[in-house]
Design a protein around this ligand. Structure first.
Ligand code: GDP
Length: 534
């Protein structure tokens, strides 16, 4: 088996064996199925193959729903941990809705690599492209899985070309498919010179591996039908000549992606992909922070909140903050400092999302995701340390692209509405602005669908009917600059000024002209469309 992190002999073994990653894909490409197979190989779900009915692909989800019930909290699709050989994998889920959301972006701040799943017949689809661009902003290493090779798929060279062209990334084949659609019988493992043969009869069976000694090895002829073996030899030779060879450093820097071909539903190619994650998805990386970076091997514990989920139990207004540990060895009951408020916080009931084991987290290491139940103290972007004044950077908040005025259906309940809105703001589901003039709130979102989601959640979770109405404003910018300049600016532009849910000053705009005017008339003031959460 593989060494856990041979390039970092200085890392504690528990940290070196961790791989924290997310899956990015377009709906229907096979993310759920692949997750199920990961858990199956990870030993998390026993006998996942027993129910072979229509709803089969949803089994993963239902297993986690049961887990949610058992624990009384929702862990579904947030984070799952499982072992693969000597490795501990932490799979962090990216939200599935198609509106690009900050949630997705922030999830990707908590991982060290991403697995991009594409459908072999469809290639790079819109949602994949968007998510890929987000990964690129952080130079995340990306491993590609080309799924559904048991169906009619595109020509292998075409698929690779399309990824190279559309995503501007070098692609190197880690495996090469043998036959397509009905004839698809497995892959040639280009990295380890092995033949991996798929068992169509048993969908949960790990593929049979046959060591091959170069393309001339007669074992190829013994195991692959004559009509396919010639094509395989030709294509592999061509691929080796025309496509770049695997360069682990380039993968690490996000400039190259290795691609595996397979069929998640037939469990084929999954083991090779997991081995690839172990080999090329890096161990926990250094975390950007101010005033200094955080190295995973530091003995003191640090972590940051990248997601908050509220109202998992409507009777208690509890939330769970999802914390990525950036360094150290965390133990249950530890006292950490909540850097923003400078207050100590004893973490008595952390949750680890171990798929096979439903206990509280007794311990966790850099790279792990833990859930911390709290009453609202923990917000997205917050840093936890053992006392040092460190703040993790790079978790942005984006200016909303749509603004609407929120009105309580029952005017007597305006105060309740404020509370509900603030809660969603803290969760990162919306931006809430309190205008300096006038009453009510202006709510900002990135995708239009979010207003509907908000309205229904406010009604369900708080029993408050709410209306969203058009606002005269269309966008918002954060106001920065020397205090005197900002004060002068806000005083003279009161009708446009509001405070966001953190109390920071924003300038509400009706059109681009407003922004141009400010830039011209107030050279000391800068308007920004993103804000660092810290
Ligand atoms: P998600 O939307 O990305 O989570 O996709 P799912 O995992 O739910 O898969 C979408 C559909 O594709 C389901 O009907 C799966 O059964 C099917 N599917 C997944 N993997 C494969 C595969 O390797 N081959 C074939 N033929 N179908 C697959």
């Amino acid at each position: 088996m593989l060494d856990t992190a041979s390039n970092r002999p200085d890392l504690p073994a528990e940290i070196a064996r961790r791989r924290t990653f997310a899956i990015i894909s377009h709906p229907d490409a096979g993310k759920t199925t692949l997750t199920e197979k990961f858990l199956l190989y990870g030993g998390a779900i026993q006998m996942a193959g027993q129910v072979r009915a229509k709803g089969e692909a949803r089994r993963t989800r239902s297993d986690f729903m049961q887990m949610e019930k058992d624990r009384g909290i929702s862990v579904s699709a947030s984070a799952m941990s499982f072992d693969f050989g000597p490795f501990r994998f932490n799979l962090v889920d990216t939200p599935g809705h198609s509106d690009f959301s900050e949630d997705t972006y922030r999830t990707l701040t908590a991982v060290d690599a991403a697995v991009m799943v594409i459908d072999g017949a469809k290639g790079v689809e819109s949602q994949t492209q968007k998510l890929f661009e987000v990964c690129r902003l952080r130079d995340l290493p990306i491993l590609t899985f080309c799924n559904k090779m048991d169906r009619e798929s595109r020509d292998t060279f075409d698929i690779i070309d399309e990824i190279q062209e559309n995503l501007a990334i070098d692609v190197t084949p880690a495996s090469w498919p043998i036959g397509v659609g009905r004839d698809f019988m497995g892959c040639y493992d280009m990295l380890h010179d092995r033949l991996e043969l798929m068992d169509r009869a048993d969908r949960n069976k790990v593929a049979q591996s046959i060591e091959i000694d170069g393309l001339d090895d007669p074992r190829l002829d013994e195991n692959v039908p004559a009509n396919l073996v010639a094509q395989l030899r030709e294509e592999v030779a061509m691929a080796r000549e025309l496509l770049p060879a695997l360069d682990p450093q380039s993968v690490l820097e996000g400039h190259m992606t290795p691609i595996w071909f397979g069929s998640a539903i037939n469990s084929f190619g999954v083991k090779e992909l997991m081995t690839g994650i172990a080999e090329f998805g890096p161990e926990p990386q250094v975390q950007k922070a101010t005033p200094r970076e955080i190295a995973p091997e530091e003995t003191k514990v640090t972590g940051f909140v990248f997601k908050v989920q509220a109202n998992m139990d409507p009777r208690h207004r509890d939330r769970v903050a999802f914390v990525r540990l950036a360094s150290g060895h965390f133990k249950r009951g530890m006292k950490l400092t909540h850097v923003r408020s400078k207050k100590p916080m004893t973490v008595t009931a952390p949750v680890l999302f171990l798929a096979s084991d439903r206990e509280l987290a007794e311990e966790a290491w850099a790279g792990d995701i833990i859930g911390i139940p709290n009453h609202g103290q923990l917000r997205i972007g917050d840093t936890l340390t053992e006392g040092e004044d460190l703040r993790v950077t790079g978790i942005p908040s984006f200016a909303p692209e749509l603004l609407q005025q929120a009105r309580a259906g029952d005017p007597m309940k305006a105060k309740h509405l404020e509370k509900a809105l603030m809660q969603f703001a803290e969760e990162g589901a919306a931006k809430v602005f309190k205008p300096a003039f006038g009453s009510g709130f202006i709510v900002g979102v990135v995708g239009a669908l979010q207003f509907e989601v908000l309205a229904s959640r406010i009604e369900q979770e708080y029993g408050l009917p709410v209306r969203f109405e058009n606002s005269q404003f269309t966008s918002a910018r954060w106001v920065n600059g020397p205090k005197a300049a900002v004060d002068k600016f806000t005083e003279a532009n009161k009708q446009h000024i509001a405070r966001d849910n953190d109390g920071d000053v924003v300038y509400l705009t009706r059109m681009q002209w407003d922004i141009d005017r400010v830039e011209r008339d107030y050279p000391d003031v800068t308007l920004t469309s993103t804000k660092e959460m810290m």
